[in-house]
Design a protein around this ligand. Structure first.
Ligand code: NAI
Length: 358
């Protein structure tokens, strides 16, 4: 075995870098917070220009997971892993087996599941080496497997909520969906069934064509989707799509989608707020998948997942009510609420540790 791991701490985050040339594996695990439980978040398998970009992505995603898990009321802290996709040919099973061995080194402080670029089958390979992975297909009637349909359901319910809040009907509305992967395509099917007209884009032309063969959609260029003439924009691709160059061009008055880290920087929440665009904070709307992962970890049944995902609009309403009452952006309010919950968890943990030492 040729696994090499290093560990460092920065701004309260524990950052593990790992490399195993024997199976083309290299990546980063970030443990952002253990205040509410083991740090949990998906494993992204992606191309990165350099190690610094990979590390920065993992750190930002891990912080987002702490906030998401806290806001969803889950007994989980926040973490994330990122594996660099090898440039040439590679043995996928060997690579994910290698990742399973890496998880054993972090010894349960981080629990993985799938994210962009990984599948339930990959997680099953990881499980062959470690118990510290979820999102694995379940065959005993319990929660498990692909979290994407649950994410799509939560985003759909959030979209329904923001339309209702503005007194607009979802049926007959126009919605732009950016990214037609596991979540985006499923979301489109739900929106179509609810009577919305869809404008869509994906950088992979085959993804758009596949969807167009199933339901009526208007396909536009990926560079143009954010400026489509629609009521709501649903970012379901990668992060950073809401930024100073896209926000001024947006015609949608509502934004709710699945992508993690939709705002390029915190300041972009202010830009949306100034333009009167109602933004459903990403980590509130897209919690369905991690709710399913948590249910798998806790041994719950799919019925409990369904109930919990249907509570997402209630939490979103709390955020939007507070934002309206205080005149601040929903993103700022959601961040503050999540930080409060994490601080409470940290205080409770410190209290329990105190008791144990008495
Ligand atoms: P996916 O990898 O299945 O789909 C992403 C799609 O976006 C791909 O088809 C890709 O070609 C497309 N894409 C990438 N860049 C694009 C661009 N600039 N313009 C248009 N399309 C682009 O990923 P998945 O699972 O559907 O996730 C989508 C987003 O939702 C990601 O940001 C992910 O982190 C987030 N998310 C996913 C969850 C899940 O349960 N799968 C849970 C919570 C968040």
């Amino acid at each position: 075995m040729t696994l090499r791991m290093t560990r460092e701490e920065d701004d309260g985050q524990r950052i593990f870098r790992f490399e195993d040339p024997s199976c083309d594996l290299s990546g980063v695990i970030v443990v952002d917070s253990l205040a509410l439980g083991p740090a949990t978040g998906g494993c992204r398998f992606w191309h990165y220009d350099d190690a610094a970009a990979m590390r920065a992505d993992a750190r930002r995603l891990a912080r987002g997971m702490s906030y998401k898990n806290a806001m969803a009321g889950l007994p989980l802290g926040g973490g994330k892993s990122v594996i660099r996709r090898p440039a040439g040919a590679f043995d996928r099973e060997a690579l994910f087996r290698g990742f399973g061995r890496v998880l054993n080194e972090v010894a349960g402080d981080y629990l993985a599941a799938e994210d962009v670029g990984t599948t339930p089958q990959d997680m099953a390979v990881v499980r062959s080496q470690t118990p510290f992975v979820f999102g694995v297909p379940a065959d005993d009637g319990r929660a498990g497997g692909d979290p994407s349909p649950w994410t799509a359901l939560g985003v759909f319910l959030s979209i329904d909520h923001v339309f209702a809040r503005r007194g607009l009907p979802l049926s007959g509305s126009r919605i732009a969906v950016q990214g037609l992967g596991n979540v985006g395509a499923d979301l489109c099917r739900r929106l179509h069934a609810a009577g919305a007209t869809l404008v869509v884009a994906d950088v992979r032309p085959d993804a758009a064509e596949r969807l167009r063969s199933e339901i009526p959609v208007e396909v536009v260029a990926p560079e143009a989707i954010h400026a489509a003439d629609v009521d709501l924009f649903a970012p379901c691709a990668l992060g950073g799509g809401l930024n100073p160059s896209t926000i001024p061009q947006m015609r949608a008055r509502l934004i709710a989608g699945a992508a993690n880290n939709q705002l390029a920087t915190g300041a972009d929440a202010g830009l949306l707020h100034e333009r009167g665009i109602l933004y459903a904070p990403d980590f509130v709307a897209n919690a369905g998948g991690i709710i399913n992962v948590a249910a798998e970890y806790l041994g719950h049944h799919p019925g409990a997942v369904e109930d919990a995902v249907h509570r997402i609009p209630t939490r979103l309403a709390q955020v939007l009510d507070r934002a309206e009452a205080s005149g601040t952006s929903p993103a700022q309010v959601a961040d503050a609420m999540a930080r409060e919950l994490i601080a409470k968890g940290a205080a409770a943990m410190a209290g329990n540790e105190g008791k144990r030492t008495l």
